[in-house]
Ligand binder design. Structure first.
Ligand SMILES: [Ca+2]
Ligand SMILES: [Ca+2]
Ligand SMILES: [Ca+2]
Length: 370
């Protein structure tokens, strides 16, 4: 895993940039990709048809915080959206419910329904636990909660506390993976994985993956389980952000082995400045998952990290001055399945400096994926 090759042989990709939409002074805090439709939120909710380059500003005004998720809440076949509203807006709330409201907006008119009040989250993930559909939320960067969709979708959602962290560091980033292989999805959040119990009403158990806790934001991460034993973790709210591949040990309750991606064996290191943008895809079609990173500060660089299959990830700088707050891998040829983008035609969407751009991968596929 730690073999350092003197010459990096990663295939270089070529991307061409096309600006799709200007945002003006509008602030975007979060986004999601639904096929060829990009959903953004911040000052307001906005939909952009990537194929036509046409945007629709919804009537739903925020401001909305970073955390959000797209899922069909009421099961009518149309994707709805869960957001963390920073003001109470037009929904009727109890007098004792100050602060932010977790709401879902019902397609197609985006009528708001309260999920819960006094919620503060930058991480929301659609999840199904024990057959129950709902969302995972990291409340106040310290508590993992599960909200279950109620029988009557307009009701408040029952909440289950999964785990509360009593650490000085904030914890951020959410992912689901069956870490211990018992068939039940476990939760990855910040420095930890949280083991699913045998039934919904039993307690979840916490195990540390790593101990990134030197600063308050050390464990505000982007996480991606690229499997079968590998987890990518990146600090998203720091300069000189760490980026590493963690390999699950035989006993996953022990600390995991870290392989730094930003520290090279040659002594060089790549100092990423607030890399908030992150997404996973197979950009060169070799069957191995690569990932894209966008710095929101500093030089505002956009990188693709190539997975060479032996635990090494080699960065390729695609551009500078992008300053992406958000990045998404997009399957431009429509051949991938949702969540994992594969092969030829894969592009990147960036949102930064008031512009939404598409970076089209013009590289011819080399080799034959398995
Ligand atoms: Ca729906
Ligand atoms: Ca499990
Ligand atoms: Ca690849």
């Amino acid at each position: 895993m730690l073999l350092v090759l003197p010459v990096l042989s990663a295939q270089s990709l070529r991307f061409t940039r096309k600006d799709l939409a200007k945002l003006g002074g509008e602030r975007v805090t979060g986004s999601a990709l639904l096929g060829r439709t990009l959903v953004t939120w911040g000052d307001r909710l906005r939909w952009l048809n990537l194929s036509e380059g046409k945007g629709t500003a919804s009537l739903a005004r925020g401001p909305f915080a970073e955390g959000g998720a797209v899922l069909d809440v009421d099961g009518d076949g149309r994707p709805d959206i869960v957001l963390n509203d920073t003001v109470l807006n037009d929904i009727v709330l109890n007098d004792d419910a100050p602060g932010r409201a977790l709401v879902w907006l019902e397609a197609p008119d985006w009528k708001r329904h309260a999920i819960d009040t006094a919620v503060d989250t930058t991480d929301v993930l659609a999840a199904q636990l024990f057959g129950r559909r709902g969302i995972l939320v990291v409340h106040r960067r310290a508590q993992v909660r599960f909200y279950e969709i109620p029988h009557r979708a307009a009701d408040r959602w029952p909440m289950t506390e999964i785990y509360s962290f009593y650490t000085p560091s904030d914890q951020g980033g959410l992912a689901l993976a069956d870490v211990d292989g018992d068939g039940r999805p476990d939760i990855l959040c910040g420095n930890y994985w949280i083991r699913s119990p045998k039934s919904f009403d039993l307690p979840w158990r916490l195990f540390a993956i790593e101990l990134w806790n030197e600063e308050p934001h050390s464990a505000m991460l982007r996480l991606a389980w690229i499997g079968p034993r590998e987890l990518i973790a990146m600090q998203r709210e720091m300069n000189g952000a760490r980026l590493a591949c963690f390999v699950k040990p035989a006993d996953p309750r022990q600390l995991w082995t870290a392989h730094s991606i930003t520290e090279h064996g040659t002594g060089e290191s790549l100092a990423l400045d607030h890399p908030r943008g992150f997404d996973v895809a197979d950009f060169n079609g070799d069957g191995r998952l690569d990932f894209v990173v966008g710095e929101s500060s500093g030089a505002g660089r956009l990188f693709v990290f190539h997975n060479d299959g032996s635990g090494r990830f080699t960065p390729q700088e695609i551009a500078t001055g992008v300053a992406a707050e958000r990045v998404h891998a997009v399957d431009w040829n429509g051949v991938g399945r949702p969540g994992v983008v594969t092969g030829k035609g894969t592009g990147i969407i960036t949102i930064g400096k008031g512009v939404i751009s598409l970076w089209q991968n013009g590289t011819r596929r080399q080799g034959i994926p398995p």
